[in-house]
Write a protein that binds this ligand. Structure first.
Ligand code: AMP
Length: 413
């Protein structure tokens, strides 16, 4: 299928061709026609599948058809709610790219920066607004927003939005828009609470699922290092010096952990920056820009701050802490080995993370390749439990140090 088959107008086709898109991705192929038919949709798709264009292109298409009318006294006709500021900015960038040859106007509002310039932008009139929930409600309370003309409401990364506690805000925002609007819900996973939200605010939605949340790319070499908790930093430094090369994201569970690791890496001469929820919006954006430009090659992040951010061409992902939600592991390592490239995921696991490791391996139906030959092995007295050995699907390439993982022995991992 080509973009032309999706019946998009010429200015939009021109913009996406310039962006280098040859053909629609699967989620675009499945979703765009339904959105153009004005159906409500629930789409289960992760970042990296092209989901932003899947809603942005049909929204632009339907607004483009009426753009002459919209020039006089622009009203917000499409509202996109995003859980994080970074994602909101990224969505805005995409809308601007795709609408470059139309006169439609897009703006983004989020917290953590001054509200005044945002009021000025809204006063001038826009067609499409991308917003984080809190700032949107603030602006509405202060009477700088009229949502009476919203025809399409998009809830992006709905599962994260609910995890971050935005459920009441989302419901409030939904009620501020007209009843007749079309609602599009995008979510990496569809847990029960997202399903409940969809049932309460969407009208007979079509459901689309593009990627199994439990599948990891065959091109990612998934390596496991068993290490005492106290030695994790030393092992991480050792790996960064000797083994891991290129552009790297290191994930930590907590903001405190991110800060601590960043300091250590900087003190050891590495070029690193970080993103987490306690950093100002400007500092987060600066860190991302530095990483994207190549001024630093290591980005340390919490899952929430990194979720939804489009960072391609990663050589490696390091799970400094194993995530307590197994699906998060899949999200994290999905950031490497995109578009058919290969990548490596390094997971550092201490004895107290045993249960997390087991849930991850159960979800992905794979045993990670254990690298035993490293200077900080786990205390041999750490309690092993008998675990049935499954065949792994991954092969060692870069970073392989021994064939120890192939040995059959009692192990708890
Ligand atoms: P998303 O899942 O929306 O974050 O998109 C992930 C990446 O895929 C972004 O860099 C998009 O610019 C890119 N992308 C989206 N649609 C296409 C397409 N049809 N062809 C090539 N790249 C695309």
């Amino acid at each position: 299928m080509s973009f032309k088959d999706l019946k998009l107008n010429r200015p939009i086709l021109r913009a996406i061709a310039e962006a280098g898109y040859d053909n629609p991705t699967l989620v675009q192929e499945k979703t765009i026609p339904l959105i153009l038919e004005k159906k409500d949709v629930v789409v289960s798709a992760q970042t990296g599948t092209g989901k932003t264009a899947a809603f942005a292109l049909p929204i632009l298409q339907s607004l483009f058809d009426r753009q002459d009318a919209s020039k006089k006294g622009r009203k917000i006709k499409a509202l996109i709610i995003s859980p994080t500021r970074e994602l909101a900015l990224q969505i805005e960038e995409n809308f601007k790219t795709y609408s470059a040859y139309t006169s439609l106007k897009t703006a983004v509002v989020f917290g953590g920066i001054s509200i005044e310039p945002q009021k000025e932008i809204l006063k001038k009139g826009i067609d499409i607004l991308i917003a984080t929930p809190g700032r949107l409600l603030d602006l509405h309370k202060q009477d700088f927003l009229n949502l009476d003309y919203v025809e399409t409401l998009v809830l992006d990364e709905a599962d994260l939005m609910l995890d971050m506690g935005f459920i009441d805000d989302v419901k409030k925002i939904e009620r501020l828009c007209t009843k007749e609007k079309q609602v599009l819900l995008f979510s990496a996973t569809i847990p029960y609470k997202v399903e409940q939200l969809a049932n309460s605010i969407l009208n007979n939605p079509e459901r689309i699922e593009v990627a199994q949340n439990s599948s990891t790319s065959k091109n990612v070499n998934q390596l496991l290092y068993l290490v005492p908790k106290k030695d994790k930093i030393e092992l991480c430094l050792h790996l960064l010096r000797k083994t891991i090369k290129g552009n790297i994201i290191i994930f930590r569970r907590t903001k405190f952990g991110v800060e601590k690791l960043e300091k250590t890496l900087l003190n050891n001469g590495f070029k690193a920056d970080s993103i987490h929820g306690d950093k100002s919006q400007t500092a987060r954006q600066e860190a991302l820009d530095k990483f994207k430009k190549g001024d630093v090659n290591i980005l340390i992040a919490t899952d929430v701050a990194a979720r939804g951010i489009d960072i391609n061409d990663l050589d490696a992902v390091v799970n400094f802490d194993l995530p307590n939600i197994p699906e998060t592991y899949v999200h994290r390592i999905g950031r490497t080995a995109r578009a058919g490239n290969s990548g490596i995921a390094y997971s550092l696991c201490s004895a107290d993370e045993k249960a997390y490791l087991q849930s991850i391996q159960q979800l992905i139906q794979l045993q990670l390749d254990v690298i035993e030959d490293h200077p900080y092995p786990l205390d041999p007295k750490a309690k092993p439990i008998v675990h049935k050995s499954k065949k792994t699907g991954s092969k060692h390439k870069k970073g392989r140090k021994s064939g120890a993982s192939k040995k059959k022995k009692k192990r708890w991992y």
